[in-house]
Write a protein that binds this ligand. Sequence first.
Ligand code: GRG
Length: 292
Amino acid sequence: MNTLKTFLQERQILLEDFLKTTLAPKKNANRLWQAMFYSCLNGGKRLRGLLCLASYEAFKPNYKTVLNIAAGLECIHSMSLIHDDLPCMDNDILRRGKPTCHIEFDEATALLAGDALLIEGLALCLKADLRPEVMINIMKKITWAIGADGMTGGQSIDLENTNKNILLSELENMHKLKTGAFLKVSVLAGAIAAEAETEQLEALENYAEKIGLAFQIVDDLLDLEGNSAEIGKTAGKDLIQNKATYPKFLGLEQSKEKAQNLIIEAKLSLKQAQIYFEPLHQIADYIIERRK
Ligand code: GRG
């Protein structure tokens, strides 16, 4: 991550090492584990894991308490990318600068690698040493965020919307579910683990909603303005697939402006709840500065 400061870079490396160590014993156990390792340890930005660590550390010092959750969230995220790339979904051949899982292995293995990463990811989250009621609360929120009223539901709406004329509000709702819900729970999981106050959780929820939407707008912009080598996935796909995007609705300049304003609002909601933790601001900035 080129623009993230040392504090977050350190945690990114630590999270990467933790994921590697956790999955390594099984790395070559069989084709399934090889595909899981290939798709999880392949240079993701680790945004969801970092959000979880940072929102914990905004309230309590020992972020290693939530390392299992941060790693579990990254496994679940990797699962969603594998399935998203499948021929029956987005049908893509490039992910994180490498052939997608079903290209490198085969479709059935990719499907199963996704399934297994989802289960292993949830199991990893459950390993965090937290009070049972805190753990249950986090697991409820994670399962909700990835279920039919969250990420899976959003993906389904996205598939239905392809080649259709939809409203901006419908686009926003789709992203709220598909991408936003999981980013939000990544932020909340850390803060809930740190037993933050209700008012602080509300502020973080608001922060997460704003950065989630900004993340998606930037994703649309990168698809349009970036190149495949830089973004690590096939650029220009939204146009080819005739997908609704923010630049399509708002134009380039207004989309950029909207993303920037959302980041300002996200930071403001932290300030209003007196959450002064610089890395959360840095992540918000990174979301609009990123080039991949
Ligand atoms: C969770 C059961 C279950 C099913 C998943 C396939 C699917 C259903 C959902 C797809 C969700 C999806 C892929 C949303 C796109 C989110 C997105 C823009 C991902 C890219 O995130 P980055 O840029 O990626 O953080 P890296 O590679 O850095 O991790």
